[in-house]
Design a protein around this ligand. Structure first.
Ligand SMILES: *Cc1c(COP(=O)(O)O)cnc(C)c1O
Length: 216
């Protein structure tokens, strides 16, 4: 796990690692568990619940993909956090389903910061305060941070510009709601995590890079 060691070195003391296990088998994932990782991310409800059922109980499964309201009931018992909260309709459904099982669900509000992502999922930075304020009316939804993706480009300056926007949004929300409430800035994937960490991310979500070795 050469890339794993490299990632751990780069994020040391700065960011937590969410190992993105999508498309990988339990057998492939277990070495990361054995190395001490407990935060694993999946982007489909079916895959998350299937893995959660057979893997150790102390894994904190993160839902990181777009979540449909009709899948919330199935997901709620298994997710330790929903990083992809992108609408009030979804917050309302999470609140309803988590009330049924008496579980307060930690969530990140997901933002689209890159312009090219305009028609993708995620909230706009301009609606952040209003959105989080509205979510706080739901007792079973606990917003504890934000999630954002970098732009699909190899232009480092552009990636940095977007991640800096994410960090500014994070700081402004901490100012508004308290740094003890808004604790996480989830930014950075295989191709851009060193830049994200440099820009203040404290949780990176990495899949591809961790599951390949040099030369693959
Ligand atoms: C797949 C995925 C990742 C990880 O992407 P890699 O490029 O494989 O590291 C991170 N975040 C989200 C939301 C994803 O869907």
């Amino acid at each position: 796990m050469k890339h794993y060691d490299k990632v751990k070195e780069i994020i040391a003391g700065k960011a937590e690692l969410c190992v993105v296990t999508k498309r990988h088998s339990v057998e492939e994932i277990m070495p990361f568990y054995e190395a001490g990782e407990r935060i694993f991310g999946e982007n489909h409800v079916q895959d998350l619940t299937a893995k959660a059922r057979v893997m150790p109980d102390d894994i904190q499964w993160q839902m990181i993909g777009h979540l449909q309201t009709n899948k919330v009931r199935q997901l709620a018992p298994y997710a330790a956090r929903i990083q992809s909260l992108d609408s009030l309709k979804l917050a309302k459904e999470i609140n309803k389903e988590c009330a049924r099982i008496n579980k307060v669900m930690p969530c990140f509000a997901e933002f689209h910061l890159a312009l090219e992502d305009e028609n993708k999922t995620g909230l706009a930075a301009a609606e952040a305060v209003e959105f989080i304020r509205a979510c706080r009316e739901y007792p079973y939804v606990k917003i504890e941070g934000i999630m954002a993706m970098g732009p699909h480009t190899e232009d480092e300056a552009e990636i940095r510009r977007i991640f800096e926007q994410g960090h500014e949004l994070f700081l402004s929300l901490q100012k508004e709601f308290g740094a003890d409430q808004i604790r996480y800035l989830s930014m950075g994937m295989s191709d851009d995590y060193p830049i994200a960490v440099d820009c203040g991310s404290n949780m990176v979500r990495i899949g591809t890079y961790l599951f390949t070795e040099d030369g693959e």
